[in-house]
Design a binder for this molecule. Sequence first.
Ligand code: NAD
Length: 347
Amino acid sequence: SLFGLPGQEAHERVLLATDEQTGLKAILAVHSTARGPAFGGCRVWAYDNELAALNDALRLSQGMSLKNALADLPFGGGKAVIIKPAGTFDRPALFAAFGRAVESLQGAYITAEDVGTTTADMRGMQAQTRYVSGIPREGAFGGDPSPKTAWGVFVSIQAGVRLHLGRESLQGVRVALQGLGAVGWHLAEFLHKAGAQLVVADVDAAKVARAQAELGAQALGVLDILSADVDVLAPCALGASLNAQTIPTLRAQLVAGAANNQLATTEDGDTLQRRGICYLPDYLVNAGGIISVAREYRNEGEESAVMAEVSRIGDRVAELLDRVKREDSTPARVADAWARAKLVKPA
Ligand code: NAD
């Protein structure tokens, strides 16, 4: 449906924004403003077709509603995607046009970084709109959210390893990382420091070589990383990596990573559970970045307060696994119900 995902509630608003001069084709999806203005990043991607872009925007914005609710943020869920123009294009002009589209929603949607966008893109938009975050500030925290996202995933892995694998430390725990980008690289560093053994894959060979040299990581091909013989799998590339084809090949006992929309379908979460694999829902564990840009947007607190708030994601993982036991359900289903119950204005 153009109005929402099959079987899910409709989006409040979806704006298709175009600008002939710059080649902008953007989809700004506002899933829910029940908790407050919809907050979520902007992705730039070369989609196969426009429907694929719409589907991505709808899936991502719904995920933001759940993510912001579980993180107890006073924001709803939204997301934007810009279909990457073919060939060379004037990037500042493209983002200026996108900024005007964000402004036209008059605060119903607030944007920030995602895959394919940078702090420079966000800064460049400030002339067009104030509904933008993730911009480095002199003498205050803010800017690139990816280290905070990585920290949230790290504390989630720590909690999952303790509660599902029964191991008190990450020393010697084998972790496979799919994707060594903005989040994946920081996560790899945190894991390496904690004594984990890394197995990594990225389509960018230079990133893999760097992880081998600096973090003692073992390299695997992109087609082999999901079935690596490891304790933990951390998908940190793009979505839908956990599907009917890949799940039977997994050897990890715990899955926790930064990538949005890792499960192709809800039923894939059931299959993981049947295989004894503990899947920590992406929108629970990867909320560190939105916590950072949300605090920055509200001009609240300091770096240490942001980190403390991000660290609480580990406590939520423990609560989730406790609920899963009590309700005899799966992490994906419990997290979904838990988040949806919070899709109301915070007290
Ligand atoms: P990024 O573009 O910096 O990194 C993605 C990395 O994955 C790149 O290095 C890319 O080469 C690699 N990659 C792509 N396809 C691959 C494949 N098939 N196999 C292995 N590697 C592959 O993006 P990012 O900001 O690190 O985000 C990663 C994921 O986390 C995305 O799904 C994003 O939506 C999600 N996420 C990011 C943040 C954040 O703070 N940046 C927050 C929440 C969620």
